[in-house]
Design a protein around this ligand. Structure first.
Ligand SMILES: [Zn+2]
Length: 105
Protein backbone atom coordinates (compact mmCIF):
# COMPACT_ATOMS: atom_id res chain seq x y z
CA UNK A 1 0.00 0.00 0.00
CA UNK A 2 1.39 3.37 -0.97
CA UNK A 3 1.64 6.36 1.28
CA UNK A 4 -1.04 8.33 -0.59
CA UNK A 5 -3.47 5.42 -0.33
CA UNK A 6 -3.02 5.30 3.42
CA UNK A 7 -3.57 9.03 3.74
CA UNK A 8 -6.69 8.88 1.56
CA UNK A 9 -8.08 6.03 3.63
CA UNK A 10 -7.44 7.87 6.87
CA UNK A 11 -9.09 10.97 5.49
CA UNK A 12 -12.18 9.00 4.49
CA UNK A 13 -12.39 7.44 7.91
CA UNK A 14 -12.11 10.79 9.63
CA UNK A 15 -14.82 12.24 7.41
CA UNK A 16 -17.09 9.32 8.20
CA UNK A 17 -16.50 9.76 11.92
CA UNK A 18 -17.28 13.46 11.68
CA UNK A 19 -20.50 12.72 9.83
CA UNK A 20 -21.51 10.16 12.45
CA UNK A 21 -20.84 12.59 15.27
CA UNK A 22 -22.83 15.32 13.54
CA UNK A 23 -25.86 13.13 12.93
CA UNK A 24 -25.75 11.87 16.50
CA UNK A 25 -25.65 15.42 17.83
CA UNK A 26 -28.55 16.42 15.58
CA UNK A 27 -30.65 13.53 16.87
CA UNK A 28 -29.94 14.48 20.47
CA UNK A 29 -30.89 18.10 19.85
CA UNK A 30 -34.14 17.02 18.24
CA UNK A 31 -34.99 14.81 21.20
CA UNK A 32 -34.18 17.54 23.69
CA UNK A 33 -36.33 20.09 21.87
CA UNK A 34 -39.36 17.81 21.62
CA UNK A 35 -39.03 16.94 25.31
CA UNK A 36 -38.94 20.53 26.49
CA UNK A 37 -41.85 21.67 24.33
CA UNK A 38 -43.94 18.79 25.62
CA UNK A 39 -42.97 19.26 29.26
CA UNK A 40 -43.74 22.96 29.55
CA UNK A 41 -47.24 22.90 28.14
CA UNK A 42 -48.77 19.68 29.42
CA UNK A 43 -48.71 20.13 33.20
CA UNK A 44 -48.42 22.50 36.17
CA UNK A 45 -47.05 21.99 39.66
CA UNK A 46 -48.57 21.60 43.09
CA UNK A 47 -48.04 24.95 44.83
CA UNK A 48 -46.97 23.19 48.05
CA UNK A 49 -44.69 20.30 47.07
CA UNK A 50 -44.11 21.06 43.33
CA UNK A 51 -45.28 17.63 42.20
CA UNK A 52 -46.35 17.77 38.55
CA UNK A 53 -50.16 17.75 38.39
CA UNK A 54 -52.82 18.01 35.69
CA UNK A 55 -53.06 21.32 33.89
CA UNK A 56 -56.74 21.86 34.71
CA UNK A 57 -56.58 21.03 38.43
CA UNK A 58 -57.97 23.86 40.56
CA UNK A 59 -56.82 24.70 43.19
CA UNK A 60 -53.28 23.98 41.99
CA UNK A 61 -52.42 21.28 44.51
CA UNK A 62 -51.81 17.54 44.21
CA UNK A 63 -54.08 14.96 45.84
CA UNK A 64 -52.09 14.90 49.11
CA UNK A 65 -54.24 15.91 52.09
CA UNK A 66 -51.37 17.88 53.66
CA UNK A 67 -50.93 19.90 50.47
CA UNK A 68 -54.65 20.66 50.29
CA UNK A 69 -54.67 21.78 53.93
CA UNK A 70 -51.55 23.90 53.52
CA UNK A 71 -52.99 25.53 50.42
CA UNK A 72 -56.25 26.32 52.22
CA UNK A 73 -54.32 27.91 55.11
CA UNK A 74 -52.28 29.95 52.68
CA UNK A 75 -55.39 31.12 50.86
CA UNK A 76 -57.03 32.10 54.15
CA UNK A 77 -54.02 34.10 55.33
CA UNK A 78 -53.77 35.77 51.94
CA UNK A 79 -57.42 36.79 52.15
CA UNK A 80 -56.85 38.18 55.67
CA UNK A 81 -53.88 40.14 54.40
CA UNK A 82 -55.92 41.57 51.53
CA UNK A 83 -58.69 42.62 53.92
CA UNK A 84 -56.17 44.30 56.23
CA UNK A 85 -54.57 46.10 53.32
CA UNK A 86 -57.91 47.76 52.62
CA UNK A 87 -59.10 47.99 56.23
CA UNK A 88 -56.12 49.81 57.79
CA UNK A 89 -55.92 52.69 55.30
CA UNK A 90 -59.72 52.88 55.53
CA UNK A 91 -59.55 53.30 59.33
CA UNK A 92 -56.71 55.82 58.99
CA UNK A 93 -58.72 57.92 56.53
CA UNK A 94 -61.82 57.64 58.75
CA UNK A 95 -59.85 58.88 61.79
CA UNK A 96 -58.40 61.71 59.73
CA UNK A 97 -61.86 62.75 58.54
CA UNK A 98 -63.20 62.61 62.11
CA UNK A 99 -60.32 64.75 63.30
CA UNK A 100 -60.88 67.27 60.52
CA UNK A 101 -64.59 67.35 61.28
CA UNK A 102 -63.82 67.81 64.99
CA UNK A 103 -61.38 70.65 64.22
CA UNK A 104 -63.89 72.45 62.01
CA UNK A 105 -66.56 72.61 64.70
ZN1 LIG B 1 -48.44 18.62 46.79
Amino acid sequence: MSRTDRIAKAARRTAQEARDAASKRKKEEKRKRSNSSMGIESHRHCVVCWTPIALDSDPAVCSEATCIQKNEKREASRKRLTIMMYLFPGIAILLLLLQMAGGAV
